[in-house]
Design a protein around this ligand. Sequence first.
Ligand SMILES: *Cc1c(COP(=O)(O)O)cnc(C)c1O
Length: 428
Amino acid sequence: MNQTRSQQLFEQAQRYIPGGVNSPVRSFRAVTGTPPFIARGQGSHVWDVDGNEYIDYLGSWGPLVLGHAHPTVVEALHRAAEGGTSFGAPVELEVELARTICEALPSVDSVRLVSSGTEACMSAIRLARAYTGRSKVIKFSGCYHGHADGLLVRAGSGAMTHGIPTSAGVPDAYGAETLVADYNDIASVESFFQAWPEAIAGVIVEPVAGNMGVVPPAEGFLQSLRQVTADNGAMLIFDEVITGFRIAYGGAQTLYGITPDITCLGKIIGGGLPVGAYGGRRDIMEMVAPLGPMYQAGTLSGNPLAVTAGLTTLTELQKAGTYEKLESLATRLADGITQAFAQAEVPATLNRVGSMMTGFLNAGPVDVLAQVEQSNTEAYGRYFHAMLERGVYLAPSQFEAGFVSLAHSEEDIDRTVAIAAEALGSLG
Ligand SMILES: *Cc1c(COP(=O)(O)O)cnc(C)c1O
């Protein structure tokens, strides 16, 4: 694989940008090598600056459920850009996006748009604290909720991949307000509520974990979280930044039939542009300025370009058969890859919910973080490169999700499975 131009660019990048990347997960540290610099994307494919073509399962880490450069999104963006890119004053389309989100998510009466998932989660935590008047928050080891100080405690993939479970620069006092429980272990949550019955503002959870690789919620886990938070006057915060509009139009809360108090969104609702959101029950959202005492603001929040991409994406997702198609493509891929692992006699476990999945190089089961960590990351690195060289772009870390989009064809999937069989065969 020719990487001449990418290598030149990566050298320059490292001179001007820490590690050469604007987000650490892009750096290929976990799998070694030079990240291809991407020149363009179309549908399910991307091309790098050296002309190599890949079938893409990264999907920009989740947002691109319609694939790259979807013609309707691009057309809408052209029109929006011509009318001006930011006003710092209300625009009609942000109301449309907010209404669309409220109509999609039964638990959300009112929603505030922000510019990233990080901002959404950071604000949701502040809101839970403002509403309850309490300060402690429970999160789960291996779940990621963006890089706000209090949430960077055992924060999953990026941090896990780089051996930084908890970030430097986070004051101990913040860390002390964050209680870290075990995903899929309700007893670990209950014991915190027993220790601090009146001090816990809320529990934040990825309803389907995606940032330690995909780990679905155990039977009854989300229901128990709903119960224990309600019993203790704490907020249940669903971080649906990945799962919202991904595993069902109405997100995990619709799929599993749970009503959280606050929901965080991002990724898909921006259709590839920077958008996040947090929303919930009306009486909770009335805490937010200018209605209430919890301050949160943003110069580019509700930005016309970003809301255009988001709204166009959600409108496309409303078309009949969308989620059936995603499910059928994802099943085809998961079945094919599972078979390829089996034929190559590589111990592996494929976890999937809808169009998000991870193949763990681990005999399994992979239901909790301790099992995730048993995966063979060295073998994953070799598998990753064997796939990349053959034209399939997977996440450059074992602890991440891969995403199928509506732009993937059955041909793409079948080709990917054939490539996986060959790649696995080459590992020896
Ligand atoms: C990506 C992600 C975030 C952070 O979103 P950014 O837009 O990267 O700030 C938060 N929570 C979850 C579950 C995510 O996957």
